[in-house]
Ligand binder design. Sequence first.
Ligand code: TEU
Ligand code: CA
Length: 557
Amino acid sequence: MTKKWWHGKTAYQIYPKSFYDSNGDGIGDIPGIIEKLDYLHDLGVDILWISPCYPSPLADQGYDISDYYNIDPRFGTLADMERLIAEAGKRDMVILLDLVVNHCSDEHEWFQKACEDPEGEYGGFFYLRKKNGDGTPYTNWRSYFGGSAWDELPGTDYQYLHSFHKKQPDLNWENPRLREEVYKNINWWLEKGLGGFRIDAIINIKKALPLRSYEPDREDGLCSISAMLKEARGVGTFLQEMQEKTFRRHDAFSVGEVFVERQEEIPDFVREGGYFSSIFDFSGTLFGKSDKGWYDYTEITPDDYKKCCFEAQDRVADVGFLSNIIENHDEPRGVSRYLPAQDLCLESKKLLAVMYFMLRGLPFIYQGQELGMENMPFASIDEIDDVSTLDEYQVALRAGLSEEEALRSVLRLSRDNARTPMQWDDGENAGFTTGKPWLRVNPNHTAINAAAQRNDPDSLWSFYKELIALRKDPVYGETIVYGSLEPVWEERHNLMAYYRRGERLLLVIGNFQKQEQSVTLSSDYKKTLINNEKGLERKGRGLVLKGYQALVLELEA
Ligand code: TEU
Ligand code: CA
C-alpha cells in the first residue's frame, strides 16, 4: 500500500456555529476557531473538518448553500477562512471543508435563474418536472425531513425535487455542465491550500432513472428515498470523474458521507485510487433505525456495537481505511448512545474512546467528544432547532404517541444534542459566548468543560491526548495505522476485544459492564500501553478486568 500523508492522522470535526463565538453575537465563528487552534494543537489532532460556513439562509444550518465561493458574514469573511488555513498550517494541521453538492440553496442564483426560465440552461441544473394533471407530486418520495420531496417551482407549472428540505433543491448530476461547475469550485478551494473535503450526502447524487414512485411505506402514501437509491446504479461514474478532475490533482484527502446501499461496492470507494480516500463507518448510527421513524428506534447494546464495528471492519479489511466516529453533528452524543445511562462515568467514557479509537482507520473526534459531552436535557420541543427532529416529533405524534412519549423518543436521536455550544469552562454560557447563545448551553458544563480537564492528567481530555499520541508512536504507530484487525472472544457478552497485528502484536480489550470479567491471554503479556484504571490484575496469562476497564496491551507476537 502506498503510504499517504493522512494515514496516521487524527481528525476533529468543528461545527462552527457552536464552537467559539469571538464577537459576542451568540454564534460561533471562524475567528473563534482561530483563537482555539492552540487548544486543538495541544490535543494533538491533525485534520480539522469545518462544517459549512458558506453563505446560507440556514434552513438546514448551512447545508443549504447560496454561494459556493464565499463565507457567510455570520461566520466571518473569506479572508478569515484563508487566515484559518494559514494558521492551521503553521501548527501542522490541515483544514477540510464540507462539500455539499447533492443540492444547493433555493436562494442560490442557479435556482433563481431556473425559476425565471425553467426551460433554460439553469433549469437543467435541477430535477424539474411538469406538474401532474391533478397537481400531485411527480413521485411519492418522502424527503429526509418529512413531506413530499417535490414542491412547486415558484411562478411556473413545474415541480422541483428536494431530497432534503424544500429550500435544498437537488442538483442534476446527469448534467455535465453542472458537474463542471462543481469541479471548478472544488479546485478553487483546493488551490487556496485546503487539505481536502468531507463530502456530504454524496450517495444521493445518482437517481434511478426514469424517476418513478415506489410502494408506500407509511400511511401517508409516501416512500423513503432509500427505495429509489436501492435501484440507482452508476454513482461511481460521477465519483471517479470528480476525483480525477479534482482531489487526485491536489493529493487531497476526501472522506465520503456514504450510506452504502450495496456492501460489495465499498472497496470501490476506499481502495487506492478509489472514489475517496475514506468513507465514514455509520454502522453504529444506523443500528436500530426503523422505517417508521425515530420513535420506533431500537437502542444499541454493547454487543450490538461490537458487532457493528467488526462487520464494518471486515467489509473494508486492508483494502483501504474507514473513518471511525462515535458521534457527529447529525447524531446524539456518543457516550449517551453507546454507554448504558446508569454507567456513564469517566472510566466508561474512556473505554468507549479506546474501543473506537484503536480500530483500523482514521479516528474522527467531534467537538466536545474529547470532554465527554453528553446529550442535552431539552425541556420541550420548543427548544429544538433541528428540522429533522421537529419532523420526527410530528411522525411520532401521528403514530399515536403522547406529546411526552414523542418528545422523549426523538430527543434520544436529536441532532441538537451535538449542536449545543462547546463547553470551554464552568462560567456563564460555558465560555462559548459573551452574548446570548443561539442554542441553550448544557447545564452540566459546570462539571464537563475544557478548563477543568486540560491540566488534569486523569481527565478524558488527557486520555484522548494519550490515544492520539499512541497512533504516532514510533514503535507502535505502524501497527495501529496499518496493522490488521482480528476480533477475539467475539462470543463473550459485554466484552469487546481485538488484536491489531503489524510490526507488533497489540490486544485492545474492554469490559463493557460494571461486573469484572476475566480472560486468558493466548500469548505472553509484554507491556501495558493504555489503561483507563490504576493497576491491572494479572496472574500469568490470566487477566481480571474491573468494571469498564479498557486496555491496550503489547503481547509476544
Ligand atoms: O446528512 C445526510 C444524511 O445522512 C441525512 O439523510 C441524515 O439522515 C439527516 O441528517 C437526518 O438525520 C448530511 C449532513 O450531514 C446533514 O447535516 C444535512 O442535513 C444533510 O446532509 C443535507 O445536507
Ligand atoms: Ca460570532
